[in-house]
Design a protein around this ligand. Structure first.
Ligand code: EPZ
Length: 419
C-alpha cells in the first residue's frame, strides 16, 4: 500500500498549474456516448476516477485512446447498454451514463451506485427527471434498468434540489429529446457550464447554464465533441490553503477568480492577501489567520468539496471557527484524523466548531474520502515532525501528482510504499 510521508514546517512559495476539473471531465466523457462521431477532449486530468470512467465507456463498446491530457472517444457503435457493478461501486458518478444511454440507445442498465463514505447519495432526483422525459425504470437485483420505449420528449424538469448530477443527467438526455426542455432549480456549478459548453460543441442547443433555469431545444443527432476541460477549482483551493497554512505565498495558474468566488471571499476574511489575473489567483499569508464561520451551499455558495481543506486551515486561526455542512450528511470524517494531529474540533450535528490556534504535531493518519485526504495533507504541512497518510488511493481519485506539485512549492512530501 502506498503512503504519503510529510515533514511539516516548511514554507510554501511559488506557482502551481491547476489540472482539468475531475467533476467536469466525468460528465463530459459520458456525454461522448451521445454521438456516433469521434470526440476529442483536452486538459483531461490523469486521475483514478478518469481511468474508471474510460473503462465504463469501453464496456459499452466505445473505443478510447489517451495521449497525455488528450482523450479521443469513438462511440460509433455501442455494443452494450450496461454499466457493471464492479466499476460503478468504485465510482458512483457512473450513474451519469443513464441520460446519455437513454437518449442515444433508448435503454440503460446501471448498477445502483450504493452509498459512499460521505453519505447515502440516492439518485431519485436523476430518475424522476428522466421519467419526465419519457423514461421508465425498474430497479431489480441492485440494478437500475431504464427504457425509453417511445424515445425522449422535451419536458419541464423541476428539481427538488439543485443536484449537480441530476442536472447533468437531465441536460445530456434533453439534448437529444424531441422538443423543448427546461430544467428548473438547476445546479449552477462551473462544471455544469463546462458540460453545456462541451454539448454545444456537439451541436446541442442549450441556454441558461450557470443559472437556475436551463433551456434545451432537443436536436435529432449530435456531432463529435471538441472541448478543453475547465480548470479544477477544488484542486486550486487546496493549494491556496496549503500555502496559507505554511504562512507562504502560492499562485495557482490556469484558472481565473470567478471559479473560486466564495472561497476567495472566505480566505480574504481570514486575513489572506488575494490577488488575481486573467488566468491565475494568488494567496499570500497575512500577519495572522482570522477565524471564520462558513456554511456549505450549492454554487455560488461555499463549496462542500472545499470544506475539509478549510477546516485544516482553521485549526491555525487566532480563535474559534465554525463550519456548517448542509450538503452531505456525513462529511466530517476528517475530524477524528485531524484530532490525531492535535486539532480540537467539536461536532454538533452538521456543525463543526474548530478551536484555534492549536499546535499540530505529526502522526500516522488515515484518509477516509477524497477531500478528507487533502485536509490531512494540508494539516501535515503545518504539523511539526512527520505525518504519514495511509489509504491515499482516496486522494488519487481526485488529485493529479499532488505530492509532486506540492514538492515544487517547497513542501517536504514523498510517496512511498509502506514497508
Ligand atoms: C457532485 O456530486 C460532485 N461529484 C461532488 O464532488 C460534490 O460534492 C457534489 O456534486 C456537490 O457539489 C461529481 O461531480 C462527480 P448532488 P453529486 O447530486 O452530483 C442529494 C468530490 O469530492 N441527492 O449535488 O452526487 C445528495 O445525497 C465529489 O469531487 C439526492 O438526495 O451531488 C446530496 O446530499 C464528492 N437525490 C445532495 O443532494 C439525488 O437524486 C447534493 O448532491 C441526488 C442528490
Amino acid at each position: 500500500m502506498e503512503i504519503l510521508r510529510i515533514r511539516g514546517g516548511t514554507r510554501l512559495e511559488g506557482s502551481v498549474p491547476v489540472s482539468g476539473a475531475k467533476n467536469a471531465a466525468l460528465p463530459i466523457l459520458f456525454a461522448g456516448i451521445l454521438s456516433d462521431q469521434p470526440s476529442t477532449l483536452r486538459n483531461v486530468p490523469d486521475l483514478a476516477d478518469i481511468k474508471t470512467t474510460l473503462k465504463v465507456l469501453e464496456t459499452l463498446g466505445i473505443s478510447v485512446s489517451r495521449e497525455d491530457d488528450r482523450v479521443t472517444l469513438d462511440a460509433g457503435n455501442l455494443s452494450s447498454i450496461e454499466a457493471p457493478y464492479d466499476l460503478v461501486r468504485t465510482m458512483r458518478a457512473s450513474v451519469l451514463v443513464l441520460g446519455p444511454l437513454l437518449a442515444r440507445a433508448g435503454e440503460a442498465k446501471v448498477s445502483l451506485p450504493g452509498g459512499c463514505a460521505i453519505g447515502a447519495r440516492p439518485v431519485d432526483f436523476h430518475l424522476s427527471a428522466l421519467e419526465k422525459l419519457g423514461a421508465v425504470f425498474e430497479i431489480d437485483g441492485g440494478y437500475i434498468h431504464g427504457r425509453a420505449p417511445h424515445g425522449l420528449r422535451g419536458a419541464i424538469l423541476p428539481l427538488p434540489f439543485p443536484s449537480v448530477g441530476a442536472t447533468e443527467n437531465a441536460l445530456m438526455a434533453a439534448s437529444l429529446a424531441s422538443g423543448i426542455s427546461e430544467i428548473q432549480n438547476a445546479a449552477c456549478e462551473p462544471e455544469i457550464v463546462d458540460l453545456a459548453t462541451a454539448l454545444r460543441s456537439m451541436g446541442a442547443r442549450i441556454s441558461g447554464d450557470g443559472t437556475p433555469v436551463i433551456r434545451i431545444e432537443g436536436v435529432s443527432s449530435l456531432g463529435g465533441m471538441n472541448h478543453s476541460i475547465a480548470p479544477d477549482r477544488v484542486e486550486a483551493a487546496t493549494f491556496l490553503c496549503a500555502g496559507l497554512i505554511s504562512k507562504g505565498k502560492v499562485r495557482v495558474t490556469g484558472i481565473d477568480s470567478h471559479y473560486l468566488g466564495s472561497a476567495l471571499e472566505v480566505l480574504e476574511s481570514m486575513g489572506a492577501r488575494i490577488t488575481s489575473g486573467a488566468d491565475w489567483v494568488e494567496a499570500e499569508a497575512g500577519d495572522r489567520l482570522i477565524p471564520s464561520n462558513i456554511q456549505t451551499a450549492p454554487f455560488p455558495g461555499f463549496p462542500t468539496d472545499m470544506q475539509a481543506q478549510f477546516m485544516a486551515l482553521m485549526t491555525q486561526a487566532d480563535g474559534n471557527s465554525r463550519i456548517e455542512e448542509t450538503i452531505f450528511e456525513n462529511r466530517f470524517m476528517h475530524v477524528p484524523e485531524l484530532a490525531r494531529l492535535g486539532a480540537r474540533i467539536r461536532i454538533q450535528g452538521n456543525e463543526a466548531l474548530v478551536e484555534g490556534p492549536v499546535k499540530l504535531s505529526g502522526a500516522t493518519v488515515m484518509a477516509t474520502d477524497l477531500r478528507a485526504s487533502a485536509s490531512l495533507v494540508i494539516a501535515g504541512i503545518a504539523a511539526t515532525g512527520e505525518t504519514v497518510i495511509r489509504r491515499i488511493y482516496h486522494l488519487d481519485r481526485g488529485y493529479e501528482k499532488l505530492e509532486l506539485k506540492l514538492s515544487a512549492l517547497g513542501a517536504n512530501i514523498r510517496r512511498e510504499n509502506e514497508k
